[in-house]
Design a protein around this ligand. Structure first.
Ligand code: DAS
Length: 356
C-alpha cells in the first residue's frame, strides 16, 4: 500500500518531469519575434463572405498569435505591435522605425528569426528596404494576406504559419529578406504584388526562391543581387531618407507632374516610362531640367517585367541619367532613397542599380 505522502511525492515528481520536458521541448524551438504593422492580415470584415470589403489594420498582434495555436509547436513566438496601419498609408518614418527595430532585434542572441506582418499594398517596398539596409543573416520574413481573417478561405493564418516556420528555419539563414505568401517563398527584392484581388497576388518575374509546405522549405534558387550582410547600406547609420518621387508616362502625358516634383525639391525622380522606359519627346526637356537642377533622373518602366536597357530608348550617357534595370518604379524609388544616403554620383548610382 503506497502512503498518501508517497503518492503526493510521486505526483510532484511527475509534474516536475512534465514541466522539464516542456521546457526542454521549448528550448529546442527557435525564438521568433512577430512585428505587426497592420494590413489585411490584421483586417476584419462584417461577414464571412466579405473577402474583399473589410477594414484593414484592426486586429492586434496578440490576437493574431492567439488565433494560431499551431505556432507553439514550431517556435517560441513573441509579438510586438510596431504600428497599426493599412500599408498604402505607410510613411518613410514608419519604414525607418520598423527597419531599426528589426535591426536591433536581429542583434539579440535570443532571437533566431523575425516576421513582419504587413499590408500587401506596399509590402514589396518594405521588404526591399529591409533587404538593402538590415545587416543580419537571420531570416527576416515579411507576410500579409489578401483576405481578412473573418472571411471564408482566409489566407492569413497559413501565410503567418509559413512565415514563422521559415523565420525559424536554419536553411533560411543568409537568403536575404523573404516573403511567404500563398505557399511561395519569394525574395524581398524580386517580389511584387501583381494581382490586386487574388490570394495568388504576389510573384517575382525571376521566380520564387522556393516553397514552404507543411512547415518544410523547398529551395530552388538563391538570390544573386547584394543583400543584408553583403549590403553597403546599414539602417543603423541612416538617419533620414531623401525625397524621391515617381512620374508616369502615358499617351498624351503633360509635364505637370514632372515640373511639380522638380519644384518640390526631390533628390531623384523615377520616370515610369512606357515600353522599355521610353520618354515622350515633349517630356525629355523637362527631365533634362530636373537633372540640370541637381536631381537624379532614373528611367524605369511602367511595364512590370523585363528590364530597362541603358542607352536604348534614351541616350542615358549623354543626359547623365540612371536606368533602374529590372526594378519596378516603386522598388527603384526605394533603392534610390537608400543609395542617395551615400552618394549622388551618377556612375556610383548606376553601379548600385546593377548590384542591388
Ligand atoms: N489596404 C491594404 C494594405 O494594408 C490591405 C492589404 O491588402 O493588406 O496594404
Amino acid at each position: 500500500m503506497i502512503s498518501s505522502s508517497r503518492l503526493r511525492s510521486l505526483a510532484a515528481s511527475a509534474v516536475l518531469l512534465a514541466a522539464a520536458a516542456v521546457a526542454h521541448a521549448q528550448a529546442a524551438l527557435p525564438n521568433v519575434v512577430i512585428l505587426a504593422t497592420g494590413g489585411t492580415i490584421a483586417g476584419a470584415g462584417a461577414s464571412a463572405v466579405n473577402s474583399a470589403t473589410y477594414a484593414a489594420a484592426k486586429v492586434g498582434v496578440e490576437k493574431l498569435i492567439a488565433g494560431l495555436p499551431e505556432l507553439s509547436a514550431i517556435a517560441n513566438v513573441k509579438g510586438e505591435q510596431v504600428f497599426q496601419v493599412a500599408s498604402e498609408s505607410m510613411t518613410n518614418d514608419n519604414l525607418m522605425t520598423l527597419a531599426k527595430r528589426v535591426s536591433a532585434l536581429s542583434k539579440q542572441s535570443d532571437v533566431d528569426g523575425i516576421v513582419i506582418t504587413h499590408g500587401t499594398d506596399t509590402l514589396e517596398e518594405t521588404a526591399y528596404f529591409l533587404t538593402l539596409t538590415v545587416h543580419t543573416a537571420k531570416p527576416i520574413v515579411v507576410v500579409g494576406s489578401m483576405r481578412p481573417g473573418t472571411a471564408l478561405s482566409a489566407d492569413g493564418a497559413l501565410n503567418l504559419y509559413d512565415a514563422v516556420s521559415v523565420a525559424g528555419s536554419k536553411d533560411a539563414v543568409g537568403k536575404g529578406v523573404l516573403v511567404t505568401m500563398n505557399d511561395n517563398i519569394d525574395s524581398g527584392r524580386d517580389v511584387s504584388k501583381s494581382i490586386n484581388i487574388k490570394t495568388s497576388a504576389f510573384s517575382s518575374q525571376w521566380g520564387p526562391l522556393g516553397m514552404v509546405v507543411e512547415g518544410r522549405n523547398y529551395w530552388f534558387r538563391a538570390p544573386v543581387k547584394r543583400h543584408t550582410m553583403n549590403s553597403e547600406f546599414d539602417i543603423d547609420s541612416i538617419t533620414a531618407l531623401p525625397n524621391v518621387g515617381i512620374a508616369m508616362g502615358y499617351e498624351g502625358v503633360e509635364p505637370t507632374a514632372i515640373e511639380a516634383l522638380g519644384k518640390s525639391g526631390v533628390k531623384a525622380l523615377v520616370h515610369a516610362g512606357t515600353g522599355n522606359g521610353s520618354v515622350a519627346n515633349r517630356i525629355v526637356p523637362y527631365l533634362q531640367k530636373v537633372r540640370a537642377d541637381g536631381a537624379i533622373v532614373i528611367r524605369s518602366a511602367r511595364v512590370p517585367d523585363g528590364f530597362v536597357l541603358r542607352n536604348a530608348e534614351q541616350p542615358d550617357d549623354k543626359y547623365d541619367w540612371v536606368v533602374a534595370h529590372d526594378l519596378r518604379p516603386q522598388k527603384a524609388r526605394i533603392l534610390a532613397m537608400v543609395a542617395l544616403t551615400k552618394t549622388s554620383d551618377t556612375k556610383e548610382l548606376q553601379r548600385i542599380f546593377w548590384e542591388y
